[in-house]
Design a protein around this ligand. Structure first.
Ligand code: NDP
Length: 324
């Protein structure tokens, strides 16, 4: 078995050697335990965001789709697929229901979706957008991180709900995918010098809902465009995750007050009780052809660190996953 240990605190972008790939020998199973083998592992921005609070020497955090290969637990027989919060490891012995769930029936859809559109990122989009933004037909929705796992999904739900959708991401190739394939109404590259002007042009009626994946200056500009009683769902702030300086002063508060906006942060665990509902609805949308997904798949557990850094630097379209 192999695993990645958090060996040195990240400073700025994670560097070679911050995570150490080590071999481990697993003990014999005890009664009630089962052994699973990772099939798809997830690399996600939250791993970078949570890293400052992790203890050095522990297995690095993360979710995976795994298959049970040995079992002394009748609830988890050999061959069963599960989604586990086991960290970056190829093999895991577990008896702890709180760190896993049985993969629901995907009706032949790929298993990798268990860490993507039919898993945590999918439910983040589903609940984080619908519950907090409460979008109404005809409203204008802006989503940042738009070509990523969560953002690409949020924009499509907004289209399903009859909204005008503006996606913001970091490359024109991503923008083409959003508009041509996913049906977004507009795309703006946040690296464009004329970002502010382009946003104004794309949102003649202002912005009603903003799904914020990035924070920072881009978010301040979007929020300045918001209409009275707009809603902001604060999902993440990846623009600052690799910052070495303390967060810069923000300027959005005056818009929040002036426009009486509702801005709410969330952690997707809030909807744990409704997890299956999210998966079922997202699956149905996929099967109806209303929800498309893309995955950027890296092969090999030994390439997991590189996949993680590539994702943080914008190398992925849709969900970044690692296939063992
Ligand atoms: P993505 O698939 O969106 O991958 C990350 C993307 O972030 C990259 O592809 C890159 O795309 C973009 N990015 C990187 N640096 C910057 C930057 N400086 N400014 C703007 N964009 C940048 O990841 P996820 O969909 O998994 O996550 C999206 C967000 O959602 C993250 O902020 C994450 O922390 C958050 N999240 C929150 C959860 C919650 O419960 N609150 C749960 C899950 C995710 P580009 O080319 O466009 O720069």
């Amino acid at each position: 078995a192999r695993k990645y240990v958090y060996a040195r605190k990240f400073e700025g972008f994670p560097k070679e050697g911050d995570l150490q790939l080590v071999e481990e020998k697993l003990p014999q199973l005890k009664d009630g335990e089962f052994l699973s083998k990772a099939v798809y592992l997830s690399v996600d921005p939250y791993m970078r965001a949570y890293a400052p609070s992790l203890k050095l020497g522990t297995t690095f955090i993360g979710g995976q789709v795994a298959v049970v290969t040995e079992s002394k637990n009748i609830t988890h027989p050999v061959g069963q697929y599960i989604v586990g919060n086991f960290g970056w490891r190829t093999h895991t012995i577990s008896d702890n229901e709180s760190e896993l769930y049985v993969l629901p029936d995907f009706d032949k859809l790929p298993l990798s979706l268990g860490v993507g559109v039919l898993g945590m990122p999918g439910n983040t989009a589903y609940f984080g957008f619908l519950e907090i933004c409460q979008p109404k037909p005809g409203e204008t929705v802006v989503v940042t991180g738009a070509a990523g796992a969560v953002g690409s999904h949020v924009g499509q739900i907004a289209k399903i709900k009859g909204c005008t959708v503006i996606g913001i991401a970091g490359s024109d190739e991503k923008g083409k995918w959003l508009v041509d394939d996913l049906g977004f109404d507009h795309f703006i590259n946040y690296k464009d010098d004329k970002f502010k002007e382009k946003l104004e042009q794309a949102t003649p009626k202002g912005v009603d809902c903003y799904f914020d994946n990035v924070g920072g200056e881009i978010s301040s500009i979007v929020i300045s465009r918001m209409n009275l009683y707009g809603r902001v769902s604060v999902c993440g702030s990846i623009s600052g995750y690799n910052d070495t300086e303390p967060a810069k002063a923000t300027t959005i508060q005056r818009f929040l007050v002036g426009k009486q906006l509702k801005m709410e942060g969330f952690i997707v665990r809030r909807w744990t009780e409704r997890w299956g509902e999210g998966i079922l609805q997202n699956k149905q949308w996929i099967q109806e052809g209303k929800l498309k997904y893309s995955e950027t798949v890296t092969e090999g557990f030994e390439n997991m660190f590189q996949a993680f850094v590539d994702m943080l630097k914008g190398g992925n379209i849709g969900k970044a996953v690692v296939k063992v």
